[in-house]
Design a protein around this ligand. Structure first.
Ligand code: SAM
Length: 400
């Protein structure tokens, strides 16, 4: 990152101190999640291949053809029920394991975030809109089972949801000792992909929609250090927290509280409009409104590029079933399965993008794949790891 700008302000993440018992709990939750997502998930797939699929095929005269078929066959299995229940409880425990430490540090974190907002030591900005109407798909339920979801403010100038999101995210990923939060692997991978694939493309303004605390926007500034980075989200506590992190890290990021369905940026004003892990949380009609807005704010020759969960058309029925676990009340993501059933390129073309200028590709994770192999991938010499078989990201969008 831009170390020369690094400020001497206190790091907001560093003021959270967890007791030994809290740290032990976080370690336990990380290990439990890993056990559920790797060991038990592997055994569950084995059970499917060895027992469930052959029985289904014998009874129905054909193999399960859709995620729904797989779910019907898997749901009665004790192994699946136990796995699902453990996964649900581990998810709740992620947030609970960090909440006390966040509450204790809250006054100091609020102070640091306010100071960053007033002084903008890295040259970024924070623009909040207290009158913004939070969309019902955020306010009506706790997405990811995180109490208070993305937007709730418990006190004036609150940053708690941002802190819980970032530090809980580390427990979730099993990297809970990285208190600051890991660098955004998705933004890092897309930015490197664009730089290698389109060396003449020189984006000057980049917009991340549903940016949360900015994690997947920050890496663009590593790859395109002269670009102006903007992040929008509806959750004020996330933006305050993200702005404090960027300010400390010397990243001149402009955060603003907006609904991505109705952006207040000018027409033809961005070179890249991006998002990650965002669209599957919205009704499809909101996604269409967002793509229409993205097309409006992009300059001619600009690029809309989203990272998302791979659609059903890109994965086998079992993996589709496995991904869809998050849908509905399991992880409070009611639009997840509907989004994964969409023709994402069709959505781009319905909203102004041209069929001749679309992108849809699976790219490796830059950090774990390594720079040399990544370059070979971009040159078409080696493939990306397939879904569920190594870290890779499904990205799609279109040039304007
Ligand atoms: C899963 S998070 C995205 C995470 C983030 N992009 C990342 O890669 O770390 C989804 C985000 O979208 C935000 N969001 C939901 N609806 C929105 C909307 N209509 N406009 C802007 N942000 C929205 C939520 O507040 C939340 O922060």
């Amino acid at each position: 990152m831009l170390d020369q700008n690094k400020s001497d302000t206190t790091d907001i993440a560093e003021v959270m101190e967890f007791t030994q018992m809290e740290s032990a709990r976080q370690g336990f939750v990380s290990a439990l999640r890993k056990h559920v997502m790797v060991d038990l998930a592997g055994e569950m797939r084995q059970d499917y291949e060895t027992n469930v699929k052959p029985t289904y095929t014998k009874n129905n005269g054909e193999e399960p053809g859709t995620p729904r078929d797989v779910k019907k066959a898997m749901k009665p299995r004790t192994r699946y029920r136990m796995w699902s229940s453990l996964r649900y409880n581990a998810q709740e425990m992620v947030w609970a394991s960090v909440q006390n430490g966040v509450e204790r540090a809250l006054p100091e974190m609020i102070h640091l975030a306010k100071d960053a907002a007033e002084t903008n030591p890295a040259g970024g900005s924070l623009r909040l809109d207290p009158d913004l109407k939070i969309p019902r798909y955020v306010s009506a339920l706790d997405v990811h089972l995180m109490p208070g979801c993305f937007h709730t403010e418990h006190t004036k100038d609150d940053v708690a949801q941002g802190a819980v999101q970032v530090i809980g995210g580390e427990v979730f990923r099993g990297s809970f000792r990285h208190r600051k939060g890991n660098p955004g692997a998705v933004g890092d991978s897309i930015a490197h992909y664009l730089k290698l694939k389109h060396p003449d493309f020189d984006p000057k303004r980049i917009l991340d929609l549903g940016c949360n605390t900015g994690k997947n926007l920050f890496p663009y500034l590593d790859v395109y250090p002269d670009a102006e980075a903007h992040g929008v989200d509806v959750g004020a506590p996330l933006l305050r927290y993200g702005h404090a992190v960027a300010s400390h890290d010397g990243l001149p990021v402009h955060f603003s509280q907006q609904n991505a369905e109705h952006l207040n940026f000018e027409d033809n004003s961005f070179d890249i409009v991006t998002s990650s892990f965002f669209l599957h949380e919205l009704p499809v009609k909101s996604t269409k409104a967002i793509f229409t807005e993205a097309h409006r704010v992009l300059k001619p020759g600009g690029l809309m590029i989203h990272m998302e969960l791979p659609p059903n058309s890109e994965v086998d029925p079992y993996y589709g079933f496995y991904l869809d676990w998050d849908a509905g009340s399991n992880n409070n993501e009611p639009f997840y399965a509907e989004f994964r059933n969409q023709d994402v390129i069709g959505l781009c073309n319905e909203t102004g993008f041209s069929p001749e200028k679309n992108i849809k590709i699976l790219i490796p994770n830059y950090g774990s794949f390594g720079a040399d192999k990544f370059k070979s991938f971009v040159n078409g010499e080696i493939p990306a790891p397939q879904h569920g078989n190594g870290a890779s990201w499904f990205i799609f969008g279109g040039w304007k």
